[in-house]
Ligand binder design. Sequence first.
Ligand code: FRU
Length: 496
Amino acid sequence: MSQVLRDARRFEEAQESYISEESRPAFHLSARVGWMNDPNGFSWYDGQYHMFYQYHPYDSIWGPMHWGHAVSPDLLHWTYLPAAMAPDQPYDRDGCYSGSAITMPDGRQMLMYTGVSCETGPEGQKLEVQTQNLAFGDGVDYEKYENNPVLTERDLPAGGSRYAFRDPKIWALPDGTWRAIMANNNEDGGGQMLLYRSPDAIDWKLETVLVRNMDRLGRMWECPDFFELDGKQVLLASAQDMLPYHLEYHNGNGTFYMLGTWDEESKTFTEECNHSVDYGIDFYAPQTVLTPDGRRVMIGWMQNWDTCNLHTDSVPWFGQMSLPRELHVRDGVLYQTPIRELDERRTGKVVHRDVRVEDRWVVLPGVSGRRVDLEVEVVPADPEKVYEKIAIRFAQDDCHQTFMSFRPKEGQLKVDRKFSGSRRAIQHQRRANVRHDNGTVKFRLILDRFSAEIFVNDGEKVLSTTFYTTQSADGISFEVEGAAILNVTKYSLEEV
Ligand code: FRU
């Protein structure tokens, strides 16, 4: 093991003891110490789930990338393992960037990741040379492959940039061979996704340029995933430098999915539609795993490059993952629902049915908390006269609140964390178009200390946001302009 990795392991073990359980999310994975970004190597190996992540243990800001590591039986209870990789080789000395994991036929786990080594450009600028590399291990310790890198600029299509070539996601084909998708920039600065093929997961050949961005959906695309689901082919990607498009996409970094078809003969992906993966403020770089019982489950970094100034100095960790979300394609939409294992953590059921609220706000007995699963169905009190607005405020005390509000006439849902303790002038609000049936709409809100994930209409859309208010701000209230009937079911989400 290199000294760089040994140092990182020693450091994280020593520093972890300064972080109390209560200062972390209860069931969302957060950085063991220091900084976390993208989920990496999300996999099922040797009887448990493995999640690696982009990791800078030494500070709560981004720095030379290591791979953090945690395991879980159910994607909700996490145990940290020692950091899996550190930047310690000539080809990755400036960072071990994102990648994925598979189980080799001989039982070893293989990590495929991007190595970064910087060079100085003609104008003195720092340029990151990015190559793809392998490491083999037993689920705890990994050894980098002696013939790394396995993919370099020589393997790029004409015009592909060696400075933007990253984030391999690998999977097995039914015939025992392997495929990997990775992100690249082409000569016009636009993003493209490349497909590679290998007989043994070690020797790789370019198969095709799967899709190019053609001056839309931002510029560089990162962190791809590509899989078949419910009869459709799904491409997940995260885009830099996006321009807004109505309420579908917003400025800056964003995620999108494309649904389409894949023709194995001609190696062609035909796109049918694209949409945001998450319409909230904090979500990026999702990756999926196929569970042993055949579910496609996605976890994203519940943060965004444009908002990572939302930071409290008092907490020596930064960055958390989203809930694991089960994916389905229905009616041209990628549905997301909280992983069903979450239901087992629900306790203390409180039900309020047929609560009529008219031009006022109400607090419902037993409905409060910061680790909460809240289901709310809103129905207009008078179908002839749809209410103007329903707002649900949470993480609330005299000074603080985070809230969501829905206006059926505009069909818009807003999430707002302006009053959630942020001292930075960053993004605090986001809106999404939401379908409703003459004002009837359903929300499921999951709170876990420092985050809210709002699932709309059984997962048709999701909006995620982080916030760092004091835990004593645990009020929840409901406000209606006009008149509506609320059906509310609330559970506490237990720590253990
Ligand atoms: C996306 C990303 C990846 C890269 C990693 C570096 O958030 O920029 O493309 O591998 O983060 O930490």
